[in-house]
Design a binder for this molecule. Structure first.
Ligand SMILES: NC(=O)C1=CN([C@@H]2O[C@H](COP(=O)(O)OP(=O)(O)OC[C@H]3O[C@@H](n4cnc5c(N)ncnc54)[C@H](O)[C@@H]3O)[C@@H](O)[C@H]2O)C=CC1
Ligand SMILES: CCCCC/C=C\C=C\C(=O)C/C=C\C/C=C\CCCC(=O)O
Length: 274
């Protein structure tokens, strides 16, 4: 597969006001993206990010306040991006929160899971070639917690496993041949953003949170640089075959882990199929 162009493409990035989403916006504009729409619940931060991007890249970015856990926000933000930029070629479903605490897990699950599903479905409807669209790319952000067992954040981990499985099920052949839409998934390891601050308060139970937060410090787990994650997303966008799943961990280059996941599913099939 030849490399896909970033030039002339319009990106929609959720959770793009700060953290990794803002890093992805910057990276794709540096690569010549035509436009970037930043959707985020954080209004002041989002406006400031769009202003910074516009200063550096000449009015190519816009910010839209959007809480991805709210269906009406997603619909109206999607329509606003189309009204302003006339097209959407790439959606990066990046918005996510890691809080399993009792008063927060439902909202967090709506953001991490339902919001991502909703925007993916909206993107598919708009982009699909078999219904008059131009095709495109949808990048869904999962986590390495979808591949390991994290006892402190089982709800967050479950939502990321759901993201991974939803994306791979959606992409099964002949999805790409029919729609012209590449669905790509990123399993991201610990990366140095505010998501990893205040770890103790993020567990489903404070006692466990303290143990794990201490363990994370004691074990010296590397929090990779946001720029490493962005380099992997750029690589995936340019080179990722439809349905592929990627790893970004410990500042290493992009690794296509689709064969590893497929092998595991083949083992399940051996158990299940006659
Ligand atoms: N930082 C890390 O170690 C890892 C992050 N990830 C995933 O990467 C994605 C981005 O994470 P970070 O940038 O690290 O987090 P972050 O906390 O630094 O930034 C998250 C952004 O999402 C926005 N956001 C939160 N709730 C929202 C909502 N309801 N609607 C719209 N936007 C909302 C925030 O305002 C913020 O701008 C998330 O999906 C996260 O689960 C995955 C694995 C590791
Ligand atoms: C309450 C402490 C939670 C620690 C979770 C740390 C980061 C999770 C962010 C991710 O999305 C995935 C990245 C890395 C996972 C690394 C360690 C997880 C350890 C959690 C556990 O064992 O419960």
């Amino acid at each position: 597969m030849s490399q896909l162009e970033v030039k002339d493409k319009t990106f929609l990035i959720t959770g793009g006001a700060s953290g990794l989403g803002a890093e992805y916006a910057q990276t794709f504009l540096n690569e010549g993206a035509k436009n970037v729409a930043v959707l985020d619940i954080a209004e002041e931060l989002g406006k400031a990010t769009a202003e910074r991007l516009n200063k550096a890249h000449g009015d190519k970015a816009m910010f839209i306040k959007c809480d991805v856990s709210k269906e009406e926000d997603i619909t109206s933000a999607f329509d606003s991006v189309l009204a302003q930029f006339k097209q959407i070629d790439v959606i990066i479903n990046n918005a996510g929160v890691m809080v399993d605490a009792p008063d927060m897990w439902r909202t967090a699950s709506d953001v991490n899971w339902q919001g991502l599903v909703s925007l993916t479905l909206k993107g598919v409807k708009y982009m699909r070639k078999d219904e008059g669209g131009l095709g495109g790319t949808i990048i869904n952000i999962a986590s390495t917690v979808a591949l390991t067992k994290s006892p402190s954040v089982p709800i967050y981990s479950g939502s990321k496993m759901a993201v991974l499985h939803f994306s791979q099920c959606l992409a099964v052949d002949p999805f790409y041949e029919t729609t012209g839409i590449r669905v790509l998934t990123l399993c991201l390891g610990p990366t140095d953003t505010p998501l990893l601050h205040n770890l103790e308060a993020r567990a489903y139970e404070p006692k466990i949170g303290k143990v794990v937060a201490d363990m994370v410090v004691a074990s010296g787990i590397l929090f990779q640089k946001p720029s490493s994650a962005a380099a992997v997303v750029l690589h995936m966008y340019k080179n990722g075959p439809p349905g592929s799943i990627w790893l970004s961990n410990e500042n290493k280059p992009a690794e296509n882990i689709t064969p590893v996941i497929d092998r595991a599913f083949k083992d399940f099939e051996k158990l299940l199929l006659p």
